[in-house]
Design a binder for this molecule. Sequence first.
Ligand code: FES
Length: 236
Amino acid sequence: MDTPFEILGLDPDADEDDLVAAYRERIKAAHPDHGGSAEEFRRVRTAYEAIKEGYTAEDHATDLQRAAEESGAGEEREGATETERTDSAAAAAGRPEGVRVEYLSYAALDDFGWTIHDDDLFEKAAEEDLRAEDYGEIFVSPRDTLLEAAQEHGLGWPYACRGGACANCAVAVVDGDLEMPANHVLSSEMMDNGIRLSCIGTPVTDDMKVVFDIKHLPGLEELRLPPQQARRMSSD
Ligand code: FES
């Protein structure tokens, strides 16, 4: 909140003549007939009256100090809220920080004759003794994309450009949702079917289930960068 001196654009050490001059100038500009508003007009007049009635440079300094402290405390509260939101959700669930993502490789579907549309796909996967690179769970922090989280967990999911310009990193979202800042590659039909790009996608639901390395799903092979180019980009 501005102090009366700030509202009038006046130096706190100004004398009475300066006060009157500043008031005249400001009140004219604040008048509704000169492009101001009734609210601004009232604000300038109240500021002027406050100084006339004894609001001092010392009061001004105290108010500025208080405003700075309140704003600092507000920022701290906001920061804490952000952290607390993630931490408390994780703590409440008794699990690591972040969104829980259950993953399954498309290769495992092939091996067991499952399809992406099987209602109990992940239940069936949980009952098999699958390798960690094919099935498991990771936790994605709000700062990471799904691909980054997979890599942090040591998983070798495919990718190439890392910028949303190919489909090498595509995953099929079976449960939950993965939000992408933009999409210039996937068709609306693919989007409707839950296909997303893991290199730019961040989970927006508390839990997710995804199938990765889905290059054999219709239409995706054509959107992928060829192996040589993909290798070059992923090693850059
Ligand atoms: S790696 Fe190219 S879009 Fe994700």
